[in-house]
Design a protein around this ligand. Sequence first.
Ligand code: E4P
Length: 217
Amino acid sequence: MKFFVDTADVKDIRELNDLGLLDGVTTNPSLILKSGRDIMEVTKEICGIVEGPVSAEVTAMDYAEIMREADVLSKIADNICIKLPLTLDGLKACKALTSDGRQTNVTLCFSANQALLAAKAGATFISPFIGRLDDMGFDGVELIAEIRHIYDNYGFDTEILAASIRTPDHVKRVALIGADVATIPPATLKALVKHPLTDKGLEQFLADWAKTGQKIG
Ligand code: E4P
């Protein structure tokens, strides 16, 4: 499973990229707002840090304007992936952009039928939002399982990009189901390494090692 980081914070992106953990980045208008930076400037900087796809979201709603914004965003760098709304105009733009060889990420997916439409429109990625479904009292991870099943039934190439991930348990569950990608907030991604028994075991090993009085090398 590929790991994308869900942020527009370049400090976090650099840190995770230096660890060798990043396969890409996703941003959205709320994350751009949080960064306090200009979308073109910060997206260009991010594209220079990671080699993989960097999702940048259009904000237009009608087809012609979506295509115009997609052209502007595409010029930022070769690894830009155009993030599109899950609307009829967004799907039309998805078909046109993927036919033109561009990477696309259809976002704000909350149902298996929406994911089916995105695959038929040739999307590179579909982004089902797990956490926001959980917030409504549903089990968001179940949607990933449904989409996996449908895509495998028909051999769709669209990659399932599990989004709106809130916990390490979300990451484990979508990996078990076979999501192609998880886009994870920086703190959650770093939390994957933590286990109390790892900390406890290290503490014990280091204490015993000190008692040996030895040094390696
Ligand atoms: C994905 O591309 C979105 O940017 C993101 O995962 C949304 O997550 P949220 O529901 O925590 O805002």
